[in-house]
Design a protein around this ligand. Structure first.
Ligand code: HEC
Ligand code: HEC
Length: 230
């Protein structure tokens, strides 16, 4: 009887130990999993940092000569990349690679890019803060065009897609502060059908805009927000 009781107690104690040990084992397991997850996350973060550093270097070596070290190009007809959303950049690099958007320079640059390259370069572009346009020479300020440009941007709904600050987002490019010569060329290109867009949005937006108004828009957008006429 006593023995049976003792055995009962022993097995009872064993069960208690088991019950007590179980959550402890669970906690140890959790801690181990958490440590493994943390080290995987830090390995992934390191890999990301490594990739980001690699494309920052490649941008400096392969792109900066034309687009500027900080993404503010001072080469004629070469767009500013600073402040451009990465999704817009990757879309355009893809179009250049597939030769759907024509440019001797960029088709050659993008021809052998892997998908990882498209992503790496556009992620880097997405980190470049916008750089304001240098102030225009006094002789080139045409105050009347600011008001006209503002009105045209409303009338043709440029602001509806590019935003009130003309800074774009996602697949829509920032146009504020872009180079005027590039804006003129590319707006004419959309109108003439020589610049293929990812969508028909731009071709439709400019199809009925007189060429003179495109130039006024380019003037206004390049200096946006610019000086408000008195
Ligand atoms: C030899 C000069 C040159 C080099 C080098 C160059 N680009 Fe370009 N890039 C251009 C020109 C010119 C355009 C405008 C093409 C056009 O529409 O006529 C352009 C356009 C672009 C655009 C589209 C921008 C927009 O607003 O639509 C992106 C993105 C771009 N380049 C990224 C790059 C990257 C990334 C590299 C380096 C891997 C690079 N470029 C190297 C000259 C260059
Ligand atoms: C319905 C939306 C929409 C409207 C309206 C619109 N845009 Fe765009 N715009 C876009 C999209 C999307 C792109 C990217 C082009 C592509 O599809 O590859 C673009 C591209 C551009 C580019 C090329 C930028 C670059 O870096 O190469 C310029 C310049 C531009 N738009 C100016 C304008 C102006 C000026 C107006 C008003 C007359 C306007 N847009 C109206 C959606 C729009």
């Amino acid at each position: 009887m006593r023995r049976a009781w003792a055995t009962g107690l022993a097995s009872c104690t064993a069960m208690l130990v088991l019950v007590a040990a179980a959550p402890q084992a669970g906690a140890q397991d959790k801690a181990r999993k958490a440590r493994a997850a943390a080290s995987a996350a830090s390995a992934a973060a390191k890999a990301r940092d490594g990739t980001a550093a690699k494309y920052a270097q490649r941008f400096a070596a392969e792109c900066a000569a034309c687009h500027g070290a900080n993404g503010r190009s001072d080469m004629p007809l070469t767009p500013v990349l600073a402040g451009q959303p990465s999704l817009y950049a990757i879309t355009q690099l893809f179009l250049f690679r597939e030769a759907r958007r024509g440019s001797d320079a960029m088709n050659a640059v993008a021809k052998n890019m892997s998908d990882d390259d498209l992503r790496g370069f556009s992620d880097h572009i997405g980190t470049l803060p916008p750089v304001p346009a240098p102030p225009p020479a006094a002789a080139r300020i045409r105050r009347a065009w600011h008001g006209q440009g503002r009105a045209l941007a409303q009338q043709h709904r440029c602001v509806a897609c590019h935003g009130a600050a003309l800074d774009g987002g996602q697949q829509v490019p920032r146009i504020a502060g872009q180079r005027e010569d590039y804006l003129k060329m590319t707006l004419r290109g959309f109108q003439a059908g020589t610049r293929a867009g990812y969508t028909q949005a731009m071709t439709a937006a400019v199809s009925h805009v007189p060429v003179d108004d495109l130039d006024t828009l380019a003037y206004f957008v390049a200096r946006f927000p610019g000086v408000t006429p008195p």
